[in-house]
Design a protein. Structure first.
Length: 156
């Protein structure tokens, strides 16, 4: 939004930064026994539609990030989290909103993942993530995963 002021016959344009919408998200980097990572394709109708993402969703009021992670993975992909640890937390600023990502490394789960909301799912190796189109905020997560080589044996 721009504010335009007129003083003494001159026009001044000043940028006004409007308060952004803040969204808290919990997402899971779900890793199977073959060291593959689960990714989901966003709906074509969703914001940033058809990009791939790590499954998860918004943290509800009075819900912890871990509770949101467990709920979202159950609702979206039909798995129950058995073991997870914090991977990273980051903030990313889009034009219209600020997104806080609470990222979890899910090393144990029960159930067979399926796209319960109609989304496509894929299991991919770590080195494949660079070739897949993700929202910009996810690039830091991918870099964090690449730094954790102890969790991903050589794929060569």
């Amino acid at each position: 939004m721009r504010k335009i002021s007129v003083a003494f016959g001159r026009v001044f344009k000043n940028e006004i930064k409007m308060p952004q919408k803040i969204i808290q998200v919990a997402l899971g980097v779900v890793v199977n026994a073959n060291h593959e990572i689960l990714i989901a394709r966003r709906s074509i109708d969703a914001e940033q539609g058809e990009l791939w993402e790590f499954p998860g969703g918004k943290i509800e009021i009075f819900e912890t990030a871990y509770e949101a992670l467990c709920r979202e993975l159950k609702e979206e992909v039909g798995i129950t989290v058995l073991q997870a640890q914090t991977l990273t937390n980051l903030s990313y600023e889009y034009t219209e909103k600020q997104v806080y990502l609470n990222c979890w490394y899910v090393s144990e789960f029960s159930g067979k993942p399926s796209g319960l909301e109609g989304q496509a799912l894929r299991w991919v190796m770590l080195d494949e993530l660079k070739k897949i189109t993700f929202p910009a905020a996810n690039q830091h997560i991918i870099a964090e995963l690449e730094s954790r080589t102890q969790d991903f044996p050589s794929e060569k």
